[in-house]
Write a protein that binds this ligand. Structure first.
Ligand code: IMP
Ligand code: MG
Length: 175
């Protein structure tokens, strides 16, 4: 693999694993006896989702949404298109949307609206990382991993031009 970009470690895998377990413990408490649906936002959330659900002592159902946002590689333009819709009915279900990172908040706002239209019994968000957009949202982000600086990050599902999603830790992309 040729790595052109320079990466600087931000959150190592030990801290990631610890935080995932803490979030899972909260979810285990909050959904006792329930059968929640976890919706992973592709592609970025696939690693966090798979780590998270394997720490749950609950029966869970899993589905995915895939979005495409126009613009350059690094920023969401706000122009969002749905590439893969939901495959299971959500009416009356307890839903947890799992996202890799919230930056401007535009993607999660779009997703929240989309999922709400399916009239779930409850809807919560689990976002592993968040930069800044959370203050502007009209709904809470119930499960949050780490607040991170406003820098471009890769690893643990996050990509730059589709690279680096498979790294076990989270890095700042330099320059
Ligand atoms: P938002 O719509 O601006 O909140 O951006 C959210 C989406 O943009 C995330 O789901 C990521 O896919 C992507 N994104 C935001 N910040 C980063 C980053 O630092 N690295 C990689 N992807 C990011
Ligand atoms: Mg994403």
């Amino acid at each position: 693999m040729t790595r052109v970009e320079k990466l600087e470690l931000l959150i190592d895998r030990k801290n990631i694993n610890k935080r995932v377990k803490e979030i899972a413990a909260e979810i285990n408490d909050n959904y006792k006896g329930k059968f929640p649906v976890f919706i992973g936002i592709l592609n970025g959330a696939f690693i966090f989702l798979s780590d998270l659900v394997r720490e749950l002592k609950l029966n869970v159902e899993i589905d995915f949404l895939k979005l495409e946002s126009y613009g350059n590689n690094k920023y969401t333009s706000g122009d969002i298109r749905l590439l893969k819709d939901l495959n299971i009915p959500l009416a009356g279900r307890d839903v947890v949307v799992v996202e890799d990172i919230i930056d401007s908040g535009l993607s999660i706002k779009y997703i929240h609206e989309l999922v709400s239209r399916h009239t779930p019994n409850s809807l919560e968000i689990a976002a592993f990382l968040y930069k800044k957009g959370i203050d502007k949202l009209e709904f809470d982000i119930k499960y949050l991993g780490f607040k991170v600086p406003n820098k471009f990050l890769v690893g643990y599902g996050l990509d730059f031009a589709q690279k680096y999603r498979n790294l076990k830790s989270i890095y700042v992309l330099k320059n």
